[in-house]
Ligand binder design. Structure first.
Ligand SMILES: Cc1ncc(COP(=O)(O)O)c(C=O)c1O
Length: 400
């Protein structure tokens, strides 16, 4: 007969009960079926069979318990790993991942340096950006080895950090230098740089008072796909818009934006357009929106309740050239009604990810002639030209 001795000194429950053995790696017929002991759940036992000692884990169930699944759960399915095994598994995980983006370098102020191994591009679980969303982020495109509008994006990044009450781990110039060095280490000439400021790692509380140091992370993503100028369809978002306090800061709480994008995709569209609380046109989930009115004016909604898009602001500056050439009659930033938007000659989405993308249909309404309009295409050319040959104020060279 086999004898059992439990390794658990402290039972989970105090009353003893007749336990039924549901599952073990040993043949439980060797053991008396109704053993009385305290507690419930997994138990590790020393098993003696014919004088030999074995250790085994058993799933035991109180005879009163009906809620516990009868399915066998073998805890040896979940291995306890050493640090080097974790790294190995992270590398193997990346080999099998579905994503198409290449991450060429990551900086983390937690480890105080840059890594080019995607398996090690990780952040601590107790970072409050992970479990509380207490973080902000921004981007900048990398074009031909230059960072486009880096300083404009850093300005917005720091303003977002201030609104989220995240103190800076370093001075602005040091942050800027880290970002450029990360791109340099990545050797990436085409793609994007993304960076985050978090209130930092510390604990799993809500208050950041246990976080002793805010953290900076940055990643370089290669993207060799040429900009797409093909017109797309948009829908009106039914996901509520973020309140101005949260929409004007680029914080990591993008669930409404994600759901809005998913809603558009479910309806065969590219993006969903938010209206503000007064019913005026606001923005898309990660882009601004603009129109060309019947009077040939470029219309863009005010930025006071939405994200102040760096690309949209640059488009406004570049569009001056189209006014001078007589292609546009003027430029107006203000409230834009849905009616005005839907009967516009042209509609377009604007952002650092898509640059300028013509919109051919909004919900059931075909926009203009249902073709990519001349102003949207001219603005896309202007932005691309600016990215390639613009002034030093918008092009920061990366020293490779
Ligand atoms: C909500 C939202 N609006 C607008 C934009 C466009 O901003 P930018 O041109 O600076 O990329 C973004 C960019 O990600 C965004 O997330």
């Amino acid at each position: 007969m086999a004898t059992l001795s439990s390794f658990l000194h402290k039972p989970i429950s105090d009353s003893s009960f007749n336990a039924k053995i549901l599952c073990s790696t040993f043949d439980s017929s060797l053991v008396r079926p109704n053993l009385a002991f305290q507690g419930v759940g997994f138990r590790s036992f020393r098993l003696r069979i014919k004088g030999k000692s074995f250790q085994d884990t058993w799933v035991v169930q109180n005879s009163d318990q009906t809620g516990v699944s009868n399915e066998c759960t073998n805890i040896s399915d979940v291995p306890l790993l050493s640090s080097s095994e974790v790294i190995e598994r992270l590398k193997a995980y990346r080999v099998n991942r579905k994503g198409k983006q290449n991450y060429l370098a990551m900086y983390s102020s937690v480890f105080g340096g840059i890594t080019t191994d995607p398996a090690t591009m990780i952040i601590p679980m107790d970072d409050h950006m992970v479990h509380r969303g207490h973080g902000v982020f921004d981007t900048a495109a990398i074009m031909d080895g230059y960072l486009y509008e880096l300083d404009q994006h850093i300005d917005r990044f720091l303003s977002s950090a201030s609104m989220a009450k995240i103190s800076l781990p370093f001075e602005r110039e040091h942050i800027r230098s880290i970002l450029i060095q990360t791109v340099s280490a990545s050797k990436c000439r085409q793609g994007s740089l993304r960076y985050w400021l978090s209130v930092g790692p510390g604990d799993f509380q809500l208050s950041p008072s246990g976080c002793h140091q805010s953290s900076l992370y940055a990643i370089v993503i290669q993207d060799l796909t040429p900009p797409d100028h093909k017109g797309i369809k948009v829908v009106t978002s039914t996901i509520p818009i973020k309140s101005p306090q949260f929409a004007t800061m680029k914080n990591v709480n993008y669930l409404p934006n994600v759901l809005s994008k998913m809603e558009a995709e479910e309806k065969g569209g590219f993006a969903a357009i938010w209206l503000d609380d007064d019913g005026y046109i606001a923005e898309g989930p990660n882009m601004n929106v603009a129109f060309v009115s019947k009077e040939n004016e470029l219309l863009m909604p005010y930025f006071d309740k939405i994200l102040s898009g760096c690309t949209a602001k640059r488009v406004l500056a570049l569009a001056d050239g189209l006014v001078k050439k007589g292609i546009l009659a003027g430029i107006r930033v203000g409230n834009v009604t849905v009616e005005e938007g839907k009967r516009a000659k042209e509609m377009m989405l604007i952002g650092s990810g898509i640059l300028v993308r013509p919109v051919l249909q909004w919900d059931e309404q075909v926009i203009g002639e249902g073709k990519e309009g001349p102003v949207a295409l001219a603005l896309l050319d202007l932005i691309l030209g600016d990215m390639k040959t613009g002034p030093v104020s918008v092009r920061v060279p990366v020293p490779y």
